[in-house]
Design a protein around this ligand. Structure first.
Ligand code: FES
Length: 156
């Protein structure tokens, strides 16, 4: 992992004020912040380990457990709530077999409900990785996951 982290942090100078962008970069590459990576960042940036752990736990954007290949974020902001976000969440949960906040055992999916994702005109909406899917209903959700599952099979 040290070699990989070295590469991930190669664009940083090792200064303490780079802590947040460095953690973001690690998460971007690894999908989450493993404990070893945070220790490595502490040493690389010359900041106390307690500061790294403190900062990482303060910001909701950082995660400490691995996520699935497909990160599904279901918007539960006001506009989406009004347009049936709860039903969307239930339907997706049914499609992928996990509840809000869980990752599937095969590491294909992580499902999370989040606040407004900034696409209110498309409510109710979700993102799967960086792709936005809007104006969802049970039928369109089924279609999305049928396609996802077919893609998974092709990549096996
Ligand atoms: S409330 Fe869902 S995108 Fe804004």
């Amino acid at each position: 992992m040290e070699k990989e982290l070295n590469k991930i942090l190669s664009s940083f100078q090792g200064k303490s004020n780079e802590l947040i962008p460095a953690l973001q970069q690690i998460q971007e590459e690894l999908g989450y912040l493993p404990g070893d990576a945070m220790l490595y960042a502490a040493e690389f940036l010359n900041v106390p380990e307690s500061t790294v752990f403190g900062v990482a736990s303060f910001y909701a954007q950082f995660r400490f457990t691995p996520v699935g290949k497909n990160m599904i974020m279901v918007c539960k902001g006001t506009a989406c709530h009004v347009k049936g976000a709860e039903k969307v969440l239930d339907e997706i949960s049914r499609q992928v077999g996990i509840e809000d906040g869980e990752t599937s055992a095969d590491m294909q999916y992580t499902l999370e409900s989040v606040a407004c994702i900034g696409c209110c005109a498309l409510a109710p909406c979700i993102t799967i990785n960086s792709e936005v899917h809007g104006r969802l209903n049970a039928k369109s959700i089924e279609k999305i996951f049928k396609r996802k599952k077919a893609e998974e099979k092709t990549n096996e």
